[in-house]
Design a protein around this ligand. Sequence first.
Ligand code: HEC
Length: 123
Amino acid sequence: MKTTATVVLALSLAAPAVIAALEDPPPQHVKWMKESAELQDRIRNGQDVQASARRMEALYKEVEAFWAKRNSEVAVKACRDIQAAAAKVAAGDAGAGRAIGAGCRSCHDQHREKISDTVYKIK
Ligand code: HEC
């Protein structure tokens, strides 16, 4: 019983903090993300692979600078991993495409909150 009470108390304290931390992304961030999805599709479908991978690499340098200011190691590492993987894809290593997706996921798990199919926030 004591444990249950502690857990309930911990949850009731933690939940409002999580909600309060949700933020609307700046329009530039949403733009980066929408472009990321387009580039990722092109790379997966084998269209303009080299140019798309180069653009992905440049884009995640900018995204990295945004997240570096927010002091998130997970986010910065994900951006660096994507840049490294995109550089490999641009150099002809198609298998590195999976590592791009892994970078997207690791940051989304930590920092993306899905509100609806069209609305996402930063957490
Ligand atoms: C450094 C963290 C980070 C990385 C890396 C990242 N994302 Fe995101 N992404 C977010 C956050 C935070 C949101 C929610 C805020 C927003 O929409 O801008 C998001 C939202 C999105 C959305 C929804 C955009 C919208 O608002 O409609 C898409 C699509 C997306 N990401 C695709 C990708 C793809 C594809 C990759 C990998 C190539 C990727 N992201 C890598 C943090 C990241």
